[in-house]
Design a protein around this ligand. Structure first.
Ligand code: HEM
Length: 195
C-alpha cells in the first residue's frame, strides 16, 4: 500500500520532510556560532536533545488524552532517535573542547555522570528502533523501550545539575511532569478501584 510504504511514495516523502525539519537546528546553530563565538553549541545541542526526549515521552499521554492523532505514534520513534543523535552531537562538540583528563573526571562529576548514563540507555534504544529490530525482538522490544523513562530521569538530573538557567530546565520538564501525573492519576482511578 502506498500510504504504508516507509521507503517510497507519499509516506516516504513525509518521513524525509520530517527528518529535514528535525535537522533544521543544525545549520541554525552552525550559523549562530559563526556569527557569534559566544553562542554555546554544547548548551544548545543539549537543550535540543532534552526537548526532543521530552516531546517523545509526551506523545503516549497525549494519545491517551486525545485519542489517535494522525502521524503522532510513528513520529515518536523518529523523535527519540533524533534526541539520541543530538545527544551524540552534544557529546562530540563537548569532547573536542575538553582535555582527556576532563573527560575522565566527568565520570565522577555528579552533574555529568547522569548524562553519560542517559546516553548509555538512549543508544541501544535508538539502534533498535528500526522495523527489522521491532520484528526480530518481539515482546522484548517493548520491555527494552521502557528504559526510556530511566533515560529521561537521568537527563533531567543532568540538566538540573549543570544548568545556570534553572527556570528554563524546570519549565522544559513541566509539561511531561504534568502529563505523567495525569497518567498516574488516570491509572489509579481505572485499576486502583478494582484492586
Ligand atoms: C553523553 C554524555 C553527556 C555529557 C558528557 C554531557 C556533558 C554536558 C556538559 C559538560 C554540560 C555543561 C555545559 C556547560 O556548562 O557549558 C551539559 C549541559 C547540558 N546537557 Fe549534557 N551531556 C551528556 C548527555 C546529555 C543528555 C543525554 C542530555 C539530554 C538528552 C543532555 C542535555 C544537556 C542539557 C539540557 C544541558 C544544559 C543546557 C543548558 O544549561 O541550557 N546531555 N552537558
Amino acid at each position: 500500500m502506498a500510504g504504508r510504504n516507509a521507503a517510497g511514495g507519499r509516506s516516504g516523502f513525509k518521513i524525509y520532510l520530517f527528518w529535514a525539519i528535525l535537522a533544521l537546528p543544525v545549520p541554525w546553530m552552525a550559523l549562530s556560532h559563526l556569527r557569534d563565538r559566544k553562542f554555546d553549541l554544547v548548551l544548545w545541542t543539549g537543550d535540543i536533545a532534552g526537548w526532543l526526549l521530552i516531546v517523545t515521552l509526551c506523545i503516549t499521554p497525549l494519545l491517551l488524552l486525545f485519542g489517535p492523532l494522525p502521524g503522532l505514534k510513528i513520529s515518536r520513534r523518529y523523535l527519540g532517535v533524533a534526541s539520541c543523535l543530538y545527544t551524540l552531537l552534544h557529546l562530540g562538540i563537548w569532547l573536542v573542547h575538553v582535555s582527556p583528563r576532563a573527560v575522565l573526571q566527568s565520570f565522577v562529576r555528579p552533574g555529568v555522570l547522569p548524562g553519560w548514563l542517559a546516553l548509555a540507555i538512549l543508544l541501544p534504544l535508538a539502534l533498535t528502533s528500526t522495523d527489522a529490530a521491532v520484528a526480530r525482538m518481539g515482546t522484548g522490544w517493548k520491555r527494552l523501550q521502557r528504559w526510556v523513562y530511566a533515560a529521561v530521569i537521568l537527563s533531567a538530573l543532568h540538566w538540573l545539575l549543570v544548568t545556570e538557567n534553572l527556570a528554563m530546565a524546570i519549565l522544559s520538564f513541566a509539561p511531561l511532569a504534568g502529563l505523567s501525573l495525569w497518567r498516574f492519576w488516570r491509572n489509579q482511578r481505572r485499576y486502583g478501584r478494582s484492586g
